[in-house]
Design a protein around this ligand. Structure first.
Ligand code: C2E
Ligand code: CA
Ligand code: CA
Length: 571
């Protein structure tokens, strides 16, 4: 068999005339990569030691084979196109798969170039076994695209698959539906079960979901207790799968020898009705999931245009609210609280107002829940507290001794530093603690009663008065209020609205007033709109009243005038 002189290998990257040929021969023999020399028909004419080790044939059995013989059968068919590309470019780097004498397959990176020797052309091929690199790459892929707990695809991979499915649905009109699943109680259960118990719930959930889908559909774990299904089905097909999921989740879960019931909820969105992109579809499924999660029991909900509108409005509000503070669009209005016996203004409640540049006034009932959900409430709450304190200081400087009640949100109450934080703010504004009152709702106080009690005690220790807002709506007993040093109980306006004719509301209100008295707390009736309501409250010993019968919430400047008119606390 004819071969080029060994020194000619040097033409690939060295200058033959300046280096002795024997050295290249040695490099060729001992290199750590497989080196093959072949003729233009791809027949191997020489190889190095490394090739002998890698393929497991003696050198003289490698020589004489074709390059194709070293490839796996599947990779062999690509050889002609590789050679074609080599002919046009002169050099080529590519990945393929080789196999050894004992049929071991291994991925390789091959670099081939054409070399000239006299009138002849040869192929010089340097081959590197990249098995290890491929294992690493697979591991990195696994980490990047799969959830380590359930081994299901993660959010990124699900999104890629969904985007691909949307592309196919657009092209072929194939049906496509996304189901988003949330486990309502998962966080609470996982907290008490510990890491291992929580993970076993997730793995079991993954297994049950996989039993509900067909080959070609996808199940993924997006985050926490949120799973997603990609179904090649229309809404009706998806509904059948949703019903199956509910049925599978109805059976109890067994963890740590305990039997647990998990509530599961699904939001369903189909292409193209509910979204035209992967992003829109996921978003629509999440919008449909929210009301399903809010309702009791396991159930599924379809996305609807109305839900979509409400969700869009929420997003608009969130976006607007992020700029509202910086743009100075927020302000506080103050609603007088009247001492029923004397008719004097005892204090005011600070109520947040937002005037958006384009939308005008946005009611707090609309933006406060959004702020609570998206984490903006802390910043808004801090701002409200500072603004109210600055206002109190201002009124005091005018000789107006008014106590201001400030509404606190659940997130603010959870902040461990709250009592110190409020004390620092009082000091900064040189306002005594008696001049402010903190309102928390009954449900906030009852949610985490031990923590709340410690936190609120630290507050009341500083001399700040505590008011329980919306009392009567939180299903707690008045007796549970004895855990807190409540200065004021604010009777929710839903009870006041029925006075004096609604016997049940009247009985409840009378009982609350009597029991608050026993606890040493004052009572304030909210939402007093009529003279009849006021007369009833006076007759039953309610101390304070607040409502449109006296005044709506108004800007700070109007409060001074209102107080003066009422011969109030002007000293
Ligand atoms: P809330 O604390 O129960 O405030 C009382 C609400 O009842 C206020 O609504 C007030 O304007 C309204 N109101 C007062 N008198 C009457 C009446 O006679 N009839 C009727 N129908 N309504 C009356 P507003 O200002 O829309 O506030 C709604 C809710 O927004 C508040 O309920 C409170 O939960 C929240 N909020 C307002 N400002 C703040 C704040 O600064 N921080 C926090 N966390 N929440 C706030
Ligand atoms: Ca309030
Ligand atoms: Ca209230």
């Amino acid at each position: 068999m004819r071969r080029p002189a060994s020194a000619d290998f040097s033409q690939t990257n060295m200058n033959a005339t300046t280096s002795p040929p024997g050295r290249y021969e040695q490099i060729f023999r001992l290199a750590n990569d497989i080196i093959l020399l072949a003729d233009v028909d791809c027949r191997i004419v020489d190889c190095n030691e490394c090739a002998v080790e890698a393929y497991g044939w003696p050198r003289d059995q490698i020589i004489g084979r074709t390059l194709a013989d070293l490839r796996t059968p599947e990779a062999r068919c690509h050889l002609p196109e590789d050679i074609d590309r080599l002919r046009t470019t002169g050099a080529l780097i590519f990945e393929t798969e080789h196999q050894s004498a004992d049929d071991r397959r291994f991925p390789v990176e091959a670099s081939v170039r054409l070399i000239e020797d006299g009138g002849d052309t040869w192929l010089l091929k340097i081959i590197r076994d990249i098995s290890e690199r491929k294992v690493h790459e697979a591991r990195i892929h696994e980490l990047a695209y799969f959830d380590p707990v359930t081994r299901l695809p993660n959010r990124d991979l699900f999104f890629d698959r969904l985007a691909q499915a949307v592309f196919l649905a657009q092209r072929d009109g194939a049906p496509l539906t996304v189901l988003l699943m949330g486990l309502a109680d998962f966080r609470r259960l996982a907290g008490s079960l510990g890491d291992v118990g929580g993970q076993s719930l997730l793995m079991e959930s993954a297994a049950r979901l996989q039993r509900c889908v067909r080959a070609g559909d996808s199940v993924a774990r997006l985050d926490g207790d949120e799973f997603a299904l990609l179904l090649h089905a229309d809404a009706r097909g998806a509904e059948r799968v949703a019903a199956q999921v509910l049925a599978h989740f109805a059976a109890p879960f067994e963890t740590n020898g305990q039997q647990l019931a998990l509530e599961c909820n699904l939001g369903i969105a189909s292409y193209p009705e509910d979204g035209l992109s992967a992003d829109e579809l996921l978003c629509a499924a999440s919008v449909a999931l929210a009301p399903a999660l809010a309702e009791k029991g396991s159930l599924y909900r379809f996305h609807t245009p109305q839900l979509g509108l409400a969700a869009r409005r929420r997003i608009e509000i969130e976006t607007g609210l992020r700029d509202a503070l910086a743009r100075g669009e927020l302000c506080l209005h103050y609603q007088p609280q009247i001492e029923i016996a004397s008719g004097r203004v005892a204090g005011v409640e600070a109520l947040m107002r937002w005037h958006h540049a384009d939308w005008g006034w946005v009611p707090p009932g609309e933006f406060i829940p959004v702020a609570e959900d998206c984490g903006l409430i802390e910043a808004l709450g801090d701002w409200a507290l500072d603004t109210a304190l600055a206002q109190v200081a201002d009124w005091r400087a005018q000789g107006l001794a008014l106590r201001v009640a400030v509404n606190l949100s659940a997130a603010q109450l959870r902040a461990p530093d709250l009592p110190n934080d409020i004390r620092r703010r009082l000091d900064r504004h040189a306002v005594p603690p008696e001049a402010i009152e903190i309102e928390i709702t009954e449900s906030m106080a009852m949610r985490d009663i031990d923590q709340a009690r410690a936190r609120l005690r630290a507050l009341t220790d500083t001399g700040i008065q505590l008011a329980i807002d919306d009392f009567g709506t939180g299903y707690s007993s008045l007796a549970s209020m004895k855990h807190f040093r409540v200065g004021l109980l604010k009777i929710d306006m839903s009870f006041v609205a029925g006075l004096p004719d609604d016997a049940e509301n009247a009985a409840i209100t009378a009982a609350v007033i009597a029991m608050a008295e026993a606890l040493g707390a004052a009572t304030l009736a909210e939402g007093v709109e009529t003279a009849e309501q006021l007369a009833w409250l006076r007759a039953h010993g309610c101390h304070l009243a607040q409502g449109w019968h006296f005044a709506r919430a108004m800007p700070a400047d109007d409060i001074a005038a209102f107080c003066r008119e009422r011969f109030s606390t002007l000293q």
